[in-house]
Each structure stands twice: as C-alpha cells, then as structure tokens.
Design a protein around this ligand. Structure first.
Ligand code: GLP
Length: 241
C-alpha cells in the first residue's frame, strides 16, 4: 500500500484524475471500477476537465460501479445511477451502453449479482478500481462482517452507514439494503486507488493501514493487494505516524 498525503481534496482530485486519464490515453478500451459518495467528486470534476482540455475520448471505456441502493428508482436523485450521470458521465463522451450498474430493483437479486459478475469477467476484469471508505472502514457496501465476501451480493446496511448517508435523503427514508460488489471481486482489480478526506475517516484509515487484516475492518484487506495507492488529506491521515 502506498500512502500519499495532500493538503487539499482538490489536489487529490487532480492527482487521481491524472492516473485515470493517463490510463484511458494508454488503453482507450480500459475497464474502470467507479465509486460514489462525496469523496470522488473532485476527481470526477478533474476527469471531465482533462477530457475536454486534452481531447481524450472515453468512447471505448467501460465502467462498472461498485454498488447501488435497493428499492430506489433509477431516476431518484439519490440513486447511484443518477449520481454518476450528474457527477461524471454527462460530462464525458462515454457511451451509455458502456456504463454498468447493479440493478437494485431486480426481482431476483442473486441472478442480478451473477449477471453483473459475469459481465465484469467477460469484459476482462477491472483495470483500475476507485474506492472511498466508510466511517466504519467499509468499501463499496461491504460492511464489517465475520468473513470477507466474494462476488456481488445483497447487503443490509449497518446503522453507522445509514446514519452517515441519510443526510442526502432529506425527508425521504433511506434504503436499508443495497447490492454491492464483494471484497474478493474488488481485490481482483489490477490496480486500486482509495481516497479519504476529512477527520471522520481518520480512525478507519488508521485501522486500514496499521491494523490487522480482518473482515471487521473491510478495507484492511487492501494490505494484501500488490498495487494499491491511498490518497489522503491531512485530516484523514492524522492518526497515522
Ligand atoms: C457509501 C458508498 C461507498 C463510499 C462511502 C463513503 O457508503 N457505498 O462506496 O465510499 O459511502 O462516502 P463519502 O465519500 O460520502 O464519505
């Protein structure tokens, strides 16, 4: 794990966007794993800017998002489908048929998860996976658990995650279930980039970097991947030596 500490979230955004855009330049048909949450927004802003300023086409790029809420219409402003279109895809020339999500409204969630996993395998696997981290060290929606998960699955969100994410839902109740890629599947990405900013992430970051590898700290598994870059601001890094 290589830890990079920056002063501001926008500097992180620029550094991470540069890695993604350089990948697209070198490998126009690459497969990207993408994340939601507030943390990657500066990165997405910079990717859109670099796409325009440097005339880099995303027409051959395929994307797979980490997770999606259950029982929320795709058109809801809080669905990850809508988030990704607003924050990234609408500002790129990426083809709609190349952006992929788990369908949180599927009737048969097991079949939906298998479909998604097969599609990722058929695309050749993920070249670069972007991750944020939950306050409880979850990645995607892999909550602290007794064992590391494998492929995509339906998860019941923890109280901590519901508490952290419900601010986005105004008066509407927040879904308590989601579909998410599993830990082994995330670990199969060739390269992984995790971003964390702000003091609320400091404890999770300390446990991820310095603690033992345990499914109780899902992000700690990243210690076992051979190409992980961590991007932190000073607040998120404050409990590291
Ligand atoms: C959600 C997402 C995660 C994300 C996390 C942190 O739970 N499923 O992928 O990393 O939120 O979000 P934020 O970046 O807003 O702190």
């Amino acid at each position: 794990m290589k830890v990079n500490i920056f002063k501001t979230a926008s500097e992180i955004g620029e550094a991470v966007a540069r890695i993604f855009v350089d990948e697209v330049k070198a490998n126009p048909d690459c497969v990207l794993g993408l994340a939601t949450g507030a943390t990657p927004i500066p990165t997405y802003e910079c990717i859109k800017k670099m796409h325009k300023d440097e005339n880099i086409s995303f027409k051959g790029v395929k994307t797979y998002n980490l997770d999606e809420y259950c029982d929320l219409p795709k058109s809801d402003k809080n669905s990850y489908y809508t988030f990704m279109h607003e924050q990234l895809f609408n500002g790129l020339d990426i083809l709609e048929e190349n952006v992929h999500f788990l369908d949180g409204n599927a009737v048969d969630c097991d079949a939906e998860c298998k479909r998604y996993d097969n599609e990722i395998n058929e695309a050749g696997g993920i070249d670069i996976q972007l991750l944020g981290i939950g306050n409880n060290a979850h990645i995607g929606f892999n909550e602290p658990a007794e064992s590391f998960t494998d492929g995509s699955f339906k998860v019941k969100l923890t109280d901590s995650t519901i508490e952290a994410n419900k601010i986005y839902f105004d008066e509407n109740p927040m879904p308590h279930y989601a579909l998410t890629m599993g830990v082994k599947q995330i670990m199969a990405a060739k390269k992984i980039i995790l971003i964390a900013t702000g003091p609320k992430k400091a404890e999770a970051i300390k446990n991820m970097v310095k603690g033992e590898v345990t499914p109780l700290v899902p992000a700690s598994v990243l210690q076992e991947h051979n190409d992980v870059l961590i991007f932190l601001d000073e607040a998120a890094a404050s409990l590291l030596d």
